[in-house]
Structures are given as C-alpha cells and as structure tokens.
Design a protein around this ligand. Structure first.
Ligand code: PLP
Length: 425
C-alpha cells in the first residue's frame, strides 16, 4: 500500500489472509468520513459503537410517524408508540434468552443498571460485615456503586486479584469465596481494558454453591458474543445499547424474576406506581416498577433495530470475526519494537487490545494516530485499580467490531511503526 492508512475494502477482500468486515461497511454512513484528510479508521468500539443506517432509519421512521408518549394514551399514536417500545423489550428478551420479558428492565446504561441493583437489592439484603466480591479488573461502574452500598450498609468490598497475564486468579477466587462467603459476586463478563474473558460459568457455579448471587457486567459481552442468561445461570446482567450498534441513552438490567419481584423500587415517580395516595403508594408490576418517568422511547426502538441487525449477522459469527481480527492484530503488533500488549492470548480475550509503545505517552500516541485518521482511546479506561495493578498511568486501546477489517489493523500497525520513528528523535 502506497499510503499506509489507505483502506481499500475491495482490494483487501482479495488479499492473502485479509479479513473483510463482517457487516457491510456501507451500512455505516460514518465510515465514509475522512479525518485529517485520511479515511477514518475507527478502533474505539469498546467505548461506543458506530450505528448502521438500519438503526438510524428505524429511529427516524418511528419519530416521524409513530412518536407519542407511551402507556398513557388511549389514542392510536400512543398505542403504536407503546407497541414499538414494548416490542423492543421483547427483542432484547429473546436476544439474551430471558425466561420472561418482565425480567428486562430499561435503564440509561450499564452504569445505571448496576446502580439499580446496588441501591435496591444491596440496601435490602446487605448488613454490616457482609462481603461483596469484585475483581481487580472491573470498570469503575462495577466498583463505585458497591463502595457506596458498602458505605451505607456496613458491608465490605473484597477484590479477586488478577495474574500478570491479566486473567483472574481462580485459586484466590476460591479462597476468597470460602473465607469471605460473599453475598454477591459482581464480575465483568469481558474486560474493557485487557479483553479478558473470565471463566464466568465456573465463577457462577462456584458462587452459587456457597449461596452467593452473581451480577455480570456484560457491557462488553452482549455486543460481541452470544449471551444466554439461562445457560449462564447468572442472577443479574447489565449492558448498554450504545456499545451494540444502538443509540446512547438506554441500557438494560436483566434480573431473575423472583429477585426483581422482591426488590424495592429504585426511583420514584410516574409509571412505576399502581396507586398513589397522600399517605403512601403501591408499585406497578415488573418491569415498570423500576422505570420511573418518561423513558428513552425512540432509543428503545433503535435498540430493537440494533438487536435485529446483530441477530441477522449471528452472534457466533460476530465472535468469530472479532477473534480472527484479534489474533491477526496480536500477531501484527508483536513485530513492532517496544510495543507491549497487556492481557491474555487471543483464545481467552475479546476484540480489545491495550498497549504501550516504548516511552511514548498513550495520549501523545493517540494524538499522533489521529493525524492518520485512526481513532484509538488512551487513558485509564475507567479502570484505575487495574492500571495500578500494572503500575501504568495509562494505555492506548484499539477495539474492534463487526465493521472492522484487517486492513484497518494494518493501518494501525504501520502508523505505530511510524510513531516509533517520530519519537526516536
Ligand atoms: C466493562 C464495562 N462496564 C461498564 C461500562 C459502563 O458502560 P456505560 O458507560 O454505558 O454505563 C463500560 C463502558 O465502557 C464497560 O466497558
């Protein structure tokens, strides 16, 4: 390639060993953009995914033809809006194989979904001295809500350490389970920094064996791999629409029905009540008991369209595509002098690669890559305890999705090689 960052999708489809995008790139209007005169190479899907026109069109058509507030009107438009909104919930329930659509609670995002459990279940069930078991590789969203819950209830937060290769120390996990007998284990299904895929089925089985519940932070898993809550047998699952080709502003808490039934409400207001009197109120049925106020209506429709899009691609194929890209990228990056990749081998990680390059500060590196149109994230990735574990101030992170190609990884590798030359002086 004459121009190191030029991506020729047609040519790469014929290139030896080249991996084309899984989804048609023309479905994603933003991918035709140029940044600093170069074609956009978007390698920040772990932060937020780009949107296909099918999602954009579904939201646009709904807003233009069927928009009204939901649940409240006896008129046709409101009934249409309610049916589109609740239809999206059914799509999500099927996508994760929930037993009942009532187990799917809309939230704003993963963060709010975890806070919901940490406020309602935790406040009602934790007492002084109880343990909550987390891991050193959690996103701040799966740490801070539990620290707050611990401060309110007197419970303790305990962390499972990770190994140097970025995997959970399962021997330590077993010891902590036995010694602490936690009430809840809250663990990421896939690390947003290292890409690590912890052995969640083992974790869930062992936690259940001592009577602990398990919450999975599925922000990075539901968008990228098949997730079946019945097979996993977890108790709570939290994820965000914006990381799975849908709009921002809506997320999901899935929970076991009997747990959700027993939990007190989260926020109070319209829609979450059955009756309100001056001396007290009663609560609506699931899922609405947890959904106070006018929700993200159009966004729910968009998430439903994203679920349709991902289902048509097939989540197993999404996983295989990203696995192939990750193996390709690890191989490609290994030849760059001074580049260190953090985390496990491709078999045990998703499409996320954190790295450092010599002494170059990750922020400088990301700025330099941007000049070539390459978007990567740099920083602590909302996982400061993990950065402390590695004694790193920050890393650069490239992450992949259904539209990513190996030609884009080539562009990244070539730009990093160039960065080495620039910073050598
Ligand atoms: C593993 C993980 N958990 C939680 C979150 C928080 O997601 P949101 O900001 O959508 O609430 C993220 C976002 O990057 C994440 O990667």
């Amino acid at each position: 390639m004459a121009n190191t960052t030029h991506i020729d999708v047609a040519a790469q489809a014929h290139g030896a060993g080249a991996i084309g995008s899984l989804a048609p790139r023309e479905d994603f209007p933003i991918l035709t953009r140029e940044i600093n005169g170069k074609p956009l190479v978007y390698l920040d899907s772990a932060a937020s995914a780009q949107k296909p026109r099918q999602v954009l069109d579904a939201m646009d058509a709904f807003t233009r033809t069927s928009y009204a507030n939901i649940h409240r009107g006896a008129y046709t438009l409101s009934e249409e809006a309610t049916s589109a909104y609740e239809g999206a919930r059914k799509k999500v329930a099927r996508f994760i194989n929930a037993r009942s659509v009532r187990e799917v609670i809309w939230t704003r995002n993963t963060t709010e979904a975890i806070n919901l459990v940490a406020r309602t279940w935790a406040d009602a069930n934790l007492k002084s001295g109880d343990a909550i078991l987390l891991t050193e590789m959690e996103h701040h969203s799966n740490i801070v809500p539990w620290q707050l819950a611990a401060a309110r209830t007197g419970a303790r937060v305990v962390y499972v350490p990770i190994t140097d290769s970025g995997e959970l120390d399962m021997a330590a996990f077993d010891q902590l389970l036995a010694a602490e007998r936690p009430k809840l284990v809250a663990v990421t299904h896939m690390s947003n920094v290292l890409g690590t895929l912890p052995p969640v089925q083992e974790i869930i089985a062992r936690a259940h064996a001592i009577g602990a519940l398990v919450l999975l932070d599925a922000a990075q898993s539901v968008p990228h791999l098949p997730v079946d809550v019945r097979v996993l047998d977890c108790d709570f699952l939290a994820f965000s629409s914006h990381k799975m080709l849908g709009p921002s502003g809506i997320g999901v808490l899935w929970g076991r029905r009997e747990l959700l039934e027993a939990m007190p409400p989260f926020l109070g207001g319209g829609d979450m009540i059955r009756e309100v009197h001056l001396d007290g109120s009663t609560w609506n049925d699931l899922p609405w008991k947890f959904e106070a106020g006018t929700p993200a209506i159009t966004e729910a429709v968009g998430l439903g369209a994203a679920v349709d899009y991902l289902s048509a691609l097939g989540m197993q194929r999404v996983r295989e595509h990203e696995h192939a890209l990750t193996a390709y990228a690890l191989d490609r990056l290994a030849s760059i002098p001074g580049l260190i990749v953090y985390g496990p081998p491709a078999e045990r990680r998703g499409g996320v690669i954190s790295f450092t390059l010599g002494d170059i500060h990750p922020h400088d590196l990301a700025t330099l890559l941007d000049r070539d149109g390459i978007a990567v994230r740099a920083g602590h990735h909302c996982a400061q305890p993990l950065m402390e574990r590695y004694k790193l101030p920050a890393t650069a992170r490239a992450s992949f999705y259904v539209y990513t190609t190996s030609a884009e990884i080539d562009a990244l590798a070539e730009a990093l090689t160039h960065a080495n030359e620039v910073f050598a002086f």
